[in-house]
Design a protein around this ligand. Structure first.
Ligand SMILES: C[S@@+](CC[C@H](N)C(=O)[O-])C[C@H]1O[C@@H](n2cnc3c(N)ncnc32)[C@H](O)[C@@H]1O
Length: 213
């Protein structure tokens, strides 16, 4: 019974924060050694095609900053509400400067970003929507902070993961229509998570959108 509850109950934001606070120091090591975590690289490779050198990129729910290294010659601002995850991200800043990647970090909730409208060329988010009950609010913020013609790209798992929200491609597509955010590309990838009882591959979709003028 307890196991079933764990699988079905989506954690509230304070629980999510607590989970990542406890995980922060081990996060990179576990993802790289035990999980075949390819999300940041997969998303960056596709999103880069829409960006110029020197682009201003917002990484929404950046965690420890695993996506930063895949955006050479760019200005990245990483937003996350977990201080411990941002502290890990901060340890990468000096090394990234060598690749022309300039990083700033901000403690913030993804549904309420402390940023002026039209500030970034792109807003990306990898492995975050599964924690966000009000996905429309997060997408609205991502859309608001990018310039017209700017890119909004985020991932969403179709597989139900422990304590997380799964969304079908149709559900996300409908939400994007409601928010008047044109979709330019969708692609899928698999991640092999050895997390709790889930040992089968998790199917993720990445949605790349372009804000209209
Ligand atoms: C699975 S991690 C992904 C981190 C990073 N994007 C990556 O791919 O490694 C999810 C991150 O989302 C953050 N997060 C979850 N809900 C959030 C919210 N409402 N506001 C800000 N950050 C949030 C967590 O603190 C955590 O760092």
């Amino acid at each position: 019974m307890v196991i079933l509850d764990m699988q079905q109950k989506v954690r509230d934001p304070e629980q999510v924060k607590y989970q990542y606070a406890n995980w922060a120091e081990r996060y990179d090591r576990e993802l790289e050694e035990h999980w075949q975590y390819i999300g940041p690289r997969e998303v960056a490779e596709q999103v880069r095609e829409y960006l110029k050198s020197g682009s201003r990129i917002a990484d929404i729910g950046c965690g420890t900053g695993l996506a930063f290294r895949f955006f050479p010659n760019s200005h990245i601002t990483g937003f996350d509400f977990c201080e411990q995850m941002l502290r890990q991200a901060a340890t990468k800043i000096e090394g990234l400067k060598q690749q022309g990647i300039d990083v700033r970090l901000e403690l913030a909730d993804v549904t309420n970003l402390p940023v002026a409208d039209n500030t970034f060329d792109a807003a990306i988010s990898v492995s975050v929507t599964e924690h966000i009950a009000d996905l429309a609010a997060m997408i609205r913020e991502m859309k608001r902070i990018v310039v017209p013609e700017g890119i909004v790209a985020f991932t969403a798992p179709e597989t139900k993961l422990v304590g997380c929200i799964a969304r079908s491609q149709r559900e996300v597509w409908q939400l994007l229509q409601n928010e008047n955010l044109p979709l330019v590309k969708v692609f899928g990838y698999r991640s092999h998570f050895e997390y709790a009882m889930l040992t089968r591959p998790a199917i993720y979709k990445c949605f790349i959108c372009k804000k209209s003028t």
